[in-house]
Design a protein around this ligand. Structure first.
Ligand SMILES: *Cc1c(COP(=O)(O)O)cnc(C)c1O
Length: 417
């Protein structure tokens, strides 16, 4: 089954060497607008795009133009947001185990500081200064179930316990902080809409309890990211309107009815924003037959790590020009690492493959190129953007061997005995 059609791909592969990532601007922005449109009932709804999902500044700038903020968790991510023209409360800093210089940069930018640990309140007070607005990440422990990627909340390294949350807001209030938010991020690649409604409801109830108990007023609730995408052909995209309706009803009964309105609703999705709109375009390099059929591509796990590290990760694969042929041959689709989990697909039914066929790996626009690595001396590929007007822009060139060796001193090596 052909999941998406990509026109002119053959011509693009004649101009740019495979493998490369290709992003589809028109479809990405259409989806971003749908997300904003789904939540217009909340006046200050804002999506903070999780930069780690796709840290290409060209992509970030497109999303910024849709009114998105950025969710950062490292110094380079903060610098990328800054380069894209973001500052202040358009940046959410949701880090963990955070070095002091990263807090310093986030505070300098005026970002919203979302603390992962109650000890970091005093850590900031001692080493830097306390921000004017503070947010804490809640980990509900055994109150909620997690998902396979992120694990069970009580096993996860993230966030405050419930008791720490109350103690943390009390301490922050005692230290003179007046503006507050609350955050949770407990699911990943979740396709069930009710999960997000429950997370919002859990936070709405906490807003009421904590503000009554401590006497503070909350400005926002950040329900995190984690909305899944239909990687498999038989899966359905999450209906954003269903999530929105559910959260709106819960907002009415827990926030409006308890005099907690207005309260801003924030999200920090990564995967559902860019995931479906990125493709890894590769060619078949070798066909090998032993106990199985292997199709060896010119891309490898260093270009796309997900299938290698997540046991159930599925990426749909199509073969350019062979979409309508019978898919009746079982292949393991592999890379060239000396590592047996370097496989994009195992026992996948595909049409008969030939050397030189253009193979498209789907849904790699999030947590794709960004997870790339250099094991076995493999180089990361270029990233291309298919613009709305059909133009192709190279938004990141491919790595070269010189890039790869840039941290080594070969003159020193020559003198080294
Ligand atoms: C990774 C991450 C996100 C984005 O997750 P997606 O599954 O890509 O939506 C959001 N917030 C935090 C704190 C994260 O670590």
């Amino acid at each position: 089954m052909l999941k998406h059609t990509i026109q002119n791909l053959k011509q693009i592969t004649e101009r740019y060497q495979t493998p490369f990532y290709l992003y589809d601007e028109a479809r990405m922005l259409d989806n971003a607008q749908k997300l904003n449109a789904a939540f217009t009932w909340n006046n200050d709804f804002k999506e903070y795009f999780a930069v780690k999902a796709n840290p290409n500044p060209y992509i970030l700038k497109l999303l910024k133009n849709q009114g998105f903020g950025m969710d950062c968790s490292s110094l380079p991510e903060l610098l990328l947001a800054e380069k894209c023209g973001l500052a202040g409360e358009d940046i959410m800093f949701s880090s963990n185990n955070t070095p002091i210089e990263e807090f310093a940069k986030a505070i300098e930018l005026g970002a919203i500081i979302n603390l992962d640990d109650i000890n970091h309140i005093d850590f900031l007070k001692q080493h830097l200064s306390l921000p004017e607005l503070i947010c804490f990440r809640y980990n509900p422990g055994n109150q909620r179930t997690g998902s396979t990627i992120i694990g069970y909340p009580e096993e996860a390294k993230f966030g405050f316990t419930r008791d720490q949350l109350f103690a943390g807001y009390r301490l922050a209030k005692d230290y003179g902080i007046k503006r507050f938010g609350i955050h949770a991020m407990i699911a990943s690649n979740e396709l069930e809409p009710s999960y997000f409604i429950e997370t919002a409801e859990m936070l709405f109830k906490l807003v009421k309890e904590i503000s009554t108990d401590i006497g503070i007023k909350f400005e926002f609730v950040n329900i995190g990211g984690g909305i899944g995408i239909p990687y498999r052909p038989d899966e359905q995209a999450v209906d954003l309107n269903v999530i929105s309706e559910g959260i709106k009803n819960s907002y009415k009964s827990h926030i409006e009815a308890n005099n907690q309105a207005p309260l801003k609703l924030y999200m920090e999705c990564g995967r559902m924003i860019t995931g479906p709109y990125g493709y890894l375009v590769t060619k078949v390099r070798h066909i090998k037959q032993t106990y199985k059929n292997f199709a060896g591509l010119d891309a490898c796990m260093a270009n796309l790590m997900r299938p290698g590290i997540y046991p159930n990760a599925y990426h749909h694969i199509t073969v350019l020009g062979k979409e309508d042929l019978v898919h009746d041959i079982l292949y393991d689709v592999t890379g060239s690492l000396c590592e047996n989990n370097d496989k994009f697909a195992i026992d996948r039914k595909l049409p008969q493959l030939d050397i030189g066929d253009i193979v498209i790996i789907h849904d790699v626009g999030a947590h794709g190129h960004t997870m790339g690595f250099n094991y076995n001396g493999k180089l990361r590929s270029a990233e291309l953007l298919l613009r709305k007007n059909g133009e192709i822009v190279e938004i990141r060139r491919a790595e070269t061997i010189d890039d790869h060796f840039a941290t080594l001193d070969f003159d020193g090596l020559a003198r080294f005995i």
